[in-house]
Write a protein that binds this ligand. Structure first.
Ligand SMILES: C[S@@+](CC[C@H](N)C(=O)[O-])C[C@H]1O[C@@H](n2cnc3c(N)ncnc32)[C@H](O)[C@@H]1O
Length: 260
């Protein structure tokens, strides 16, 4: 892949987390963002922290199968490492649209049984669910945790994310969980709202533009779907899930819902 290629969210995020799977264009975009918003690195880490807590929560609920949509390049604290530290038999299907992220995952996972990485578009649930890395690994007659963490904000407003989520939910057994985090400029703090707007503007020039959704739009994803039950504490900043810890919010909302 040529160095001059446009920056990509998976690799920009990997750089911010201190990973090695990024190109010059990704580092330039990341540095431009960090120059204006040094706390962006904190957003990445807080989101990753939420992911880890949510995976442990799923395990506590007895869910040991994970479909990680928009999983990113393998980087610090991968889902299979977190899950398997507690449940060595946990199964994880990683899915990402970005070829470099999936290539690196294949290298990392070559010897790991029960963990797959598939290149697919999460907006095409039928293709994702039929892909061998997912269909041959996960048993959908038992609970599965679907993780869509910091990935839905790359889905454009024209794509019906409610329909996308509903398509995944429709194949889930009772007791399954849906874990979401999503950046948003709809914030009480005007400074944080402005920061999230700027991040969206900078990402607009990248290969993977990001879109903000309002808090209400995100809450409605769960409220409008009778097949999902939003679990406490509801839709909150990632820093406050599952409980407030007196950390400054970072502008990324999180929620976990269960299939009743
Ligand atoms: C910010 S990273 C999040 C990585 C990981 N989920 C986390 O929260 O730590 C977003 C990922 O979503 C992926 N992505 C964006 N649009 C996608 C799509 N339509 N289908 C699959 N993956 C997508 C990007 O390639 C990127 O790896």
């Amino acid at each position: 892949m040529a160095e001059e290629e446009r920056a990509n969210a998976a690799r920009v995020y990997d750089y911010m987390l201190g990973g090695a799977h990024n190109l010059g264009s990704d580092r330039d975009t990341a540095r431009a963002l960090l120059a204006d918003f040094p706390w962006l690195q904190r957003i990445a880490w807080e989101n990753r922290g939420f992911l880890a807590r949510a995976v442990r929560f799923c395990l506590d609920q007895g869910v040991e199968q994970f479909l990680d949509l928009g999983s990113g390049a393998p980087t610090v604290g991968n889902v299979h490492e977190i899950a398997r530290a507690r449940r060595p038999g946990a199964r994880i299907a990683y899915v990402d649209i970005e070829p470099v992220a999936v290539e690196h995952a294949h290298e990392l996972l070559a010897e790991v049984d029960g963990v797959t990485a598939t290149r697919a578009d999460l907006r095409r649930p039928a293709d994702v669910l039929a892909s061998p890395g997912v269909a041959d690994l996960l048993d959908f007659s038992r609970p599965v945790a679907v993780l869509v963490v910091a990935a839905l904000h790359f889905v454009a407003p024209d794509d019906d994310i409610a329909a996308v989520l509903a398509a995944y939910r429709s194949v889930l057994a009772p007791g399954s969980l849906v874990v979401v985090s999503h950046g948003s400029a709809d914030q009480d703090d005007p400074e944080l709202a402005a920061a999230m707007d700027t991040i969206t503007a900078v990402m607009a020039a990248s290969e993977t533009p990001a879109y903000s959704r309002t808090r209400r739009e995100l809450a409605d994803l769960f409220a409008d779907d009778p097949g999902l039950e939003l679990l406490p504490p509801g839709l909150v900043d990632v820093t406050a899930w599952p409980a407030p810890e007196q950390r400054e919010p970072v502008g990324v909302y999180a929620a976990v819902a269960r299939v009743p």
